[in-house]
Design a binder for this molecule. Sequence first.
Ligand code: GLC
Length: 582
Amino acid sequence: MNVAGAVQQAKRMQAERMSWWTEAKFGMFIHWGLYALPGEGEWHMYGSKIPVAEYESLAEQFNPVRFNAREWVRLARQAGMKYIVITAKHHDGFAMYGSQAEPFNIVDATPFQRDPMKELAQACQEEGIRLCFYYSHVIDWHHPHSVHQSANNIWDYKMEEKQFDLYWNELVKPQLRELLTEYGPIGLIWFDTAGGLSKEDSEDIVAHVRRLQPDCLINSRVSHYRGMGDYQSKGDNETPMYGEESQPWETPMTLNETWGYCPKDQVWKTADSLIRKLVNIVSKGGNLLLNVGPSPKGTIPEPAVERLREIGTWTERNAEAIYGTAASPFPYEFDWGAVTAKPGRLFLHVFNDKWPRGHLKLQGMRSRVLKAYLLADPLKRVLPLTHTYHGGTERHTLSVSLPDTAPDQSVSVIVLEVEDVNDLDTGFTVLPSGMLKVDVTSGEVTKADGLGDGTMAARRAAWDIAITEPGTYSLSLISFKRADGALADSYAEGIRLTFAGETIETVPQEDSIIAESPACQHPYKEVHSRLANVFIPVPGTYELTLTSTLIKDRNPRFTEIWQADKVKLRSVMLERADSQQR
Ligand code: GLC
């Protein structure tokens, strides 16, 4: 076989390996370990510099007698989750299974003596859920020889005495061998925090997993070199922008604000908000890996259980519009919700508080539309449709008549049967409601110069935007901001915006904070900055450009350190500003 043939074959094999995962869309993350006892989250040992000997003694008290694998797996299944990723070993180095390679494990070091991973493997088999393991391959605060680029145990061990190979060959590889040979087929190994791992060692561990279980998937956090593994793990709680990812991807997300058990953290996302986040993620082609942090007794906190049950009622009724779907063919978010697709069908997920009066208008569908109905309607009664065409801007508008009230909880789905889901008007169009949000990664991104003192690399994103209704449009910038960040600092160089021939140079201000946003969650808040008003005299297509030092390079060498940016630049928003706005 020639090189091109081999590459083709490797791609085919990868797609086959990935198929269950791309269809699954929704998984359960479980952070469970000794850290549940102090109940301060899984970084507690590091944060409080707890000596190994003292941390080890936690094991003597760890006795999760209420652990019931079947209950956990059923809860995941009922929520509509198709896979479970559980911490087999987190950064504290404690193995949550019976490891021969290291006595610091749940079977040998605790009064519990059971192997929860064995019990979960059995329950997952019975319930038809894929079992997957999280394994912290670089950070290990218990082992004397683990080496990470920043988060090391230096209160028990001296950096200069560390011999990474000992850790790698005597702990990591043997433990992965155990996990991949003693628990049946494993869906994926979820590696984490690879900072400092060499390219060779990254490749070595990928090969190790492939040899042991060729079908087992590997997430990108196996290495901080970009592009390794089968799919891209986004940063913690990070939802990408439209056009950001060309690889399959997954967002790991907390239900409250911590991963490991933390009873004082009672900031739970609502079921309603979680359903919208799931929809938002799936509409961009991703998977949601939603976390629970069980207690030291082995129970999943009640607020998490309640929410997962509510989500389950929704995913069961709307399964068709989630599982096995493709990303929305439209490169932007709608103000009423989001879109998913299957061949011949588009699913319009309408957020209930945005349920339109009378009819929903969808712009940009060029394909012939055959019929529309509500997914929640068992009789699939036809919703009347009109499909119009605006010659001047070459835009199609579809109008679907709707009942007065939304038929489902949280998000109600309209099914559109169309000839070709990808047959769309090209480019961006202001939505019929008079607004449009474009994400920086959905534009054409090029290098730019001439901002501030010019020392930082700036980039420019450009879009062609069709406007069918003339009038005044207000332009705003959307950023996600961490509590300790300030727009004035991050945008110190200023930004430059051009639209319909006008140029605006300014430093964005924090004008409003959006309380609930499908794409933004802890530790960020969505912030809007008003930039300018621009008058558009006639319908037509206008160029919009944004230049900023916060627009990222599309092909970085290393994966980003998630949450390293205090402010993230996300989108430009246009809104019809004058009285004619409908
Ligand atoms: C981070 C943290 C870790 C957590 C993980 C979840 O990498 O180090 O504690 O397990 O994210 O995505």
